[in-house]
Ligand binder design. Structure first.
Ligand code: ZN
Ligand code: ZN
Length: 250
């Protein structure tokens, strides 16, 4: 399995990264986890525009899903249209919500390009991937994902505050993409996001092989996020996500 970070900027694109988007590849199958603002552009540095086979959306905040709208144009009106529909596994009501974001009537909405599948907690197969979805701790319906293929595994937190479910999803994974949006401060808001320290605490409990801190908010000093992660009790490798970084888990 190969994991490419397309976008890792938290809440909105930064100068050097789109918002959340991760490309997972195995056996020639290409699965996107999230499709946040700006990621459709950067994605084309890595694969052809039409090579996406499936998409999973953690939640429907703009920084995790809005480039579905632009991708709808590419797949509906591109030179070889119609292209095969891409399944989009997303929280309920995603088709209607994203059609509204686009400014499209509900019928046909975005269904010329996508088949929306409502997520629920559990395990399902997408191409060569066995994907586990679990509800994490964020103000809207939000899933963390674990994807396994060929004996390798990756977990992605989505957006979340502290979450036992996230520890379960990341349990024993080779790679853990964990959000670290906040810097430490007194009275951190609950049920929203994690700090670097909290991300590392989750990684330690999960026993993951490598922790990558992501959803890095542009107004923060990211080296401080990394410093804070060092106090989380995790003794494996920790690094900051970077758009374009590739992790070959084969
Ligand atoms: Zn976010
Ligand atoms: Zn969010």
């Amino acid at each position: 399995m190969k994991v490419t970070i397309i976008g890792c900027s938290g809440s909105f694109p930064g100068p050097d990264s789109p918002a959340s988007c991760y490309l997972l590849e195995a056996e020639g199958f290409r699965l996107l986890l999230d499709f946040g603002s700006g990621s459709l552009g950067a994605l084309q540095r890595h694969i052809d525009l039409y090579e996406v086979n499936a998409i999973c959306l953690t939640h429907l905040h703009a920084d995790h899903c809005l480039d579905i709208c632009g991708y709808h144009v590419a797949r509906t009106y591109g030179p070889a249209a119609p292209y095969p529909k891409v399944p989009v596994y997303a929280p309920r009501d995603a088709g209607r919500r994203l059609a509204a974001a686009y400014g499209m009537p509900e019928e046909p909405g975005l269904e010329t390009a996508f088949d929306f599948v409502a997520l629920a907690p559990g395990v399902f197969e997408i191409g060569p991937f066995s994907v586990t979805a679990g509800l994490v701790n964020h103000p809207v319906e939000t899933y963390g994902f674990r994807a396994e293929s060929g004996g390798r595994s990756v977990a992605y937190s989505g957006d979340t505050g502290e979450s036992g479910e996230l520890v379960r999803l990341a349990d024993g994974t080779d790679l853990f993409l964990c959000e670290a949006s906040f810097l430490e401060r007194p009275e951190l808001p609950q049920g929203l996001h994690l700090t670097g320290r909290q991300a590392a605490e989750h990684a330690a409990k999960a026993g993951t092989g490598r922790l990558v801190l992501t959803h890095l908010v542009p107004w923060h000093d990211r080296l401080r996020v990394l410093d804070e992660a060092a106090s989380g009790g995790y003794d494996g490798p920790i690094e900051l996500a970077r758009s374009g970084a590739v992790y070959d888990l084969a």
